[in-house]
Design a protein around this ligand. Structure first.
Ligand SMILES: *Cc1c(COP(=O)(O)O)cnc(C)c1O
Length: 433
């Protein structure tokens, strides 16, 4: 399988080259040259396959000859070493928990898969040492730090805004050590992101070290998110009904992977993009005009994105045909006060404690189900554990949430970080390390 740049001004590359590069040299996102279909027997027999079997079958054509099947199988098994439970909420709605990974974020799957692909490239293909530079507002950094921890040949540098991530998130970034360095930036998330962008176009840096990113523009992070949708289909509660999936969306990497899965033949009938007030895509689906905006802060902060980077891939998948897209994808957006009301409502009807992102997924699913007379089974994705948004959830529900066992250890570990304020300081740090 080859990948081309959506800016159409770079050479096609193989899977591992695209993973190492992140963005194409012309700054375009990579996109697969074709989207293969899986045979009908695979879908008819999906119940018989383990999550590992499914993930392997799904990703194999996208990896092509770059990683031999034995190694790929091992990578997939290491990536998916936790469960994806489905929890019923009402007669017609259930949630699929994607947050059971080591950092309690759904981004664990993509980060773990990408790390293992790069580790394979380094060990077997003897590729050069690679530095991964990421800016995080919270969840991405933790998942990337954990996913790449002790991976040979890879140095990870994570920038985060001082005082603007939660205590748990900060500990996840700053207590690992080894090949993970946390840089505490005296500024905002946007400042962190600007520094990362400057680094990627800084000739001095590019010449002295191979540099890449680990956000969802990277095809290894993006495509491995397809696994969730196949697992959702396999474990759906009422197989005789149509299936609708609601995805709390920010950069739209996750839902775009779902749309690729559908293109591979996966029978999901309806996709719902659920957002907070950063509603660029729902607005596009209504108005037909795509107008990116500045992001606005909300309680569901992992979705505070005004110009979703993966939207261009969705456009490509549907050949810019908004009518075709609107048949499969609905979009709804919600305020913080609606989000809090939803957290309460879910708790009252089912006893389930949702985080603000999952609650928005619930609202989108509910609105869709109310708008249709067809009989659907609805699933909304729960993308983070409520403990990560403990203040919002506890204040809304007036109850306390227990800290999961695997987080307790991390809270006692010692923070280590490098403090900076300017891009020049980041650059000197990178050049010296
Ligand atoms: C990153 C994230 C999202 C948004 O996912 P995208 O793929 O960027 O649309 C939603 N919820 C949580 C908790 C996240 O961390």
């Amino acid at each position: 399988m080859k990948y081309f740049s959506l800016n159409h001004n770079s050479q096609d590359v193989s899977f591992l080259d695209a993973v190492r590069k992140g963005l194409a040299p012309d700054r375009g996102l990579y996109f697969p040259n074709e989207i293969p279909k899986l045979p009908e027997v695979f879908y008819n027999n999906i119940k018989k396959f383990s999550n590992h079997d499914i993930a392997f079958q799904v990703i194999k054509p996208f990896v092509g000859d770059d990683i031999p099947v034995d190694s790929l199988r091992k990578i997939v098994e290491d990536t998916l070493n936790f469960d994806f439970p489905i929890v019923p909420i009402t007669e017609t709605m259930a949630t699929l928990e994607l947050f059971q990974g080591p950092t309690l974020a759904f981004k664990d799957v993509g980060a773990r898969f990408m790390a293992r692909c790069l580790s394979y490239a380094n060990e077997v293909k003897k590729t050069d040492k690679l530095t991964i530079l990421v800016a995080t507002s919270g969840d991405t950094g933790g998942a990337v730090a954990d996913g790449f921890y002790k991976v040979e040949g890879i140095q990870v540098v994570i920038l985060y805004p001082k005082g603007k991530v939660s205590e748990i998130q900060e500990k996840q970034l700053t207590t690992l050590g080894e090949n993970i360095t946390a840089i505490e930036v005296n500024g905002t998330f946007d400042d962190c992101q600007d520094m990362v962008k400057s680094a990627f176009i800084d000739a001095d840096l590019i010449q002295s070290m191979p540099l890449t990113s680990a956000n969802s523009i990277n095809i290894a992070r993006w495509l491995s998110q397809m696994f969730y949708y196949f697992i959702a289909f396999k474990n759906r509660i009422t197989p005789d009904k149509k299936l609708a999936v609601s995805v709390p969306s920010g950069n739209f990497g996750n839902i775009c992977a779902g749309l690729v899965a559908k293109e591979m033949g996966l029978p999901i009938d309806q996709f719902i993009a659920s957002t907070n007030i950063n509603d660029t895509v729902p607005d596009y689906l209504n108005s037909g005009t795509y107008s990116p905006k500045k992001s606005k802060p909300t309680l569901s902060n992992a979705m505070d994105v005004g110009d979703p980077s993966n939207f261009i891939r969705i456009q490509k998948l549907f050949n810019n045909d908004i009518f075709k897209l609107k048949k499969i994808l609905k979009g709804y957006h919600y305020t913080d006060s609606q989000t809090k009301k939803a957290i309460k409502e879910i708790y009252e009807i089912s006893g389930y404690i949702a985080d603000p992102h999952g609650a928005i997924g619930y609202l989108g699913l509910k609105e869709f189900l109310e708008s249709t007379s067809d009989a659907y089974q609805g699933l909304f994705f729960e993308t983070a554990h409520p403990i990560k948004f403990v203040e919002t959830v506890e204040n809304t529900l007036k109850t306390s949430i227990e800290v999961p066992e695997r987080l307790k250890g991390i809270l006692n570990r010692k923070k280590e970080s490098v403090s900076i304020q300017t891009y020049e300081q980041l650059k000197s740090f990178l050049l010296e390390s």
